[in-house]
Design a protein around this ligand. Structure first.
Ligand SMILES: [Zn+2]
Ligand SMILES: [Zn+2]
Length: 230
């Protein structure tokens, strides 16, 4: 009998009512009916047209974070996200990334595949640094992309942890050098192509925008973002 990856309770075999109503394709379910609604899907909610975050009635569109990017003279970047970065998602990330439970990629990898199989852009995952790879043992983004074809185009020039410690504030983060570099042998593959950058979480937008700028410089026709959470 299969168990829920998050709480360990037994997974029931019948199709859940919610799936019947939504007429979603029957997927291999990895989590139970109690854990599933703790995540907040963004596809039916109003979101920021630029970063994909949930937009409440008092928020502008684009949101204040995105307007600040525009004011900083940054290029227009469009990100879409599947879920809110709510307490359930934060807890998930803690267990998947920081406790390094690689099985937990399966909580979302099928859903991500359902989303990404419809589009034709080249999928490029945000890489992790050598230090992270050594401690965690895997790249959480390529774990989530286990059912998708993607191109390893980028590598990390220095580790994110060191960056975080040296730059606690926004201004500091903006002034940081580009954390990524192109893998030279793959560079030509994105020339005049549409690229979809994939990351686990969009937080400040700094990471994904640095990567996008690099890919744009390499001659991509367009670069958009897709994240599990925002
Ligand atoms: Zn559960
Ligand atoms: Zn926004």
């Amino acid at each position: 009998m299969k168990a829920c990856l998050l709480c360990g309770s037994r997974l029931r075999q019948e199709i859940p009512l919610a799936d019947l109503i939504r007429l979603t394709p029957l997927q291999k379910r990895a989590i139970c009916e109690a854990c599933s609604p703790t995540f907040s899907a963004l596809n039916l909610l109003p979101t920021c047209s630029s970063c994909g975050r949930r937009r409440t009635t008092d928020m502008s569109d684009p949101c204040y974070d995105c307007l600040r990017w525009e004011k900083d003279g940054q290029f227009k970047f469009i990100n879409s996200a599947m879920y809110e970065y709510n307490p359930a998602m934060k807890d998930y990330m803690k267990r998947y990334k920081f406790a390094g439970d690689y099985r937990l990629r399966k909580v979302f990898s099928d859903q991500i595949h359902e989303q990404l199989k419809k589009q034709s852009a080249i999928i490029v995952p945000i890489p992790v640094g050598k230090d992270t790879m050594a401690t965690r043992g895997f790249n959480q983004v390529t774990g989530l992309l286990e059912n998708d074809r993607y191109l390893n185009l980028l590598s990390v020039r220095f580790d994110k942890k060191a960056v975080r410690q040296s730059a606690k504030n926004r201004q500091g983060r903006l002034l940081l050098d580009q954390p990524f570099e192109m893998i030279e042998s793959q560079k030509n593959q994105v020339k005049n192509q549409a690229v979809l950058l994939v990351d686990d979480v969009y937080t400040t937008g700094t990471t994904i925008r640095h990567a996008a700028a690099l890919i744009q410089q390499a001659g991509a026709a367009s670069v958009k973002g897709f994240t599990l959470a925002r």
